[in-house]
Design a protein around this ligand. Structure first.
Ligand SMILES: [Zn+2]
Length: 216
């Protein structure tokens, strides 16, 4: 298996991380999260690397992670999300009070609703979907088991956690998601987060001040 290539991009008005993923030698790529106005930068990387975009995997329905998906929405691009965030994907104006004025808030047509435990195919390697509600109802993470990394959206950050005070947020659910779905990943797993620098499962199990591993 060729190495996983990850091009991280900090995009949009509140510095949201998006990641373009492909394998060395391949011609197709997957984008994890699509911040507003991401098309120019994403298309530049695609052109530089001779790639075409085949799928967009959205960690959740907040505008800063998905409002740019329609700019990239070619007919053949599959868009993945979780159905619990359906209202935010399809009626993004309901989150307008929490967005920056003037942001493009066109609806996003998710073409495949993922489920807890579903295994996605990343050009021949398996990617496990874990549903991690708490920051919002439909946050999912994408675990690339063979590549020892996981894309987590706004579930957890380096020594922090996602906001739980927005509509649909719930700290108790977030805590359970982190304890059961993140801290159960292999400790060396790299966590690629929605805002800020990456971290690892072991670092957060030792140092995250908001959520501690469950004691037996
Ligand atoms: Zn969010």
């Amino acid at each position: 298996m060729n190495p996983l290539k990850i091009k991280g991009m900090e995009l949009g008005p509140i510095a949201t991380n998006a990641f373009l993923l492909w394998r060395d030698g391949m011609t197709q790529a997957v984008l994890v999260d699509a911040p507003p106005n991401c098309a120019e930068e994403v298309n530049n990387v695609l052109a530089e690397e001779n790639l075409t975009l085949s799928e967009i995997w959205l960690t959740h329905g907040h505008w800063d992670h998905m409002a740019g998906a329609d700019e990239l929405n070619g007919e053949d691009i599959r868009i993945i999300g979780h159905i619990n965030d359906r209202i935010m994907f399809e009626q993004p104006s309901i989150m307008a009070n929490f967005a920056i004025p003037g942001i493009n808030m066109d609806p996003i047509k998710v073409t495949h609703w993922v489920k807890e435990g579903e295994v996605l195919d990343f050009f021949g390697s398996p990617v496990e979907v874990r549903h991690c509600p708490g920051h919002c109802p439909g946050n999912v993470v994408f675990w690339f088991k063979n590549d020892s990394c996981c894309f987590v959206g706004d579930v957890i950050f380096r020594e922090s956690v996602g906001r739980y005070d927005l509509p649909g947020g719930d700290f108790e659910k977030l805590e359970v998601s982190i304890q059961e779905k993140i801290f159960s990943l292999p400790p060396e797993t790299k966590l690629l987060v929605g805002h800020g620098p990456p971290t690892t499962v072991s670092h957060e199990m030792q140092s995250n001040p908001f959520v501690r591993p469950k004691t037996l």
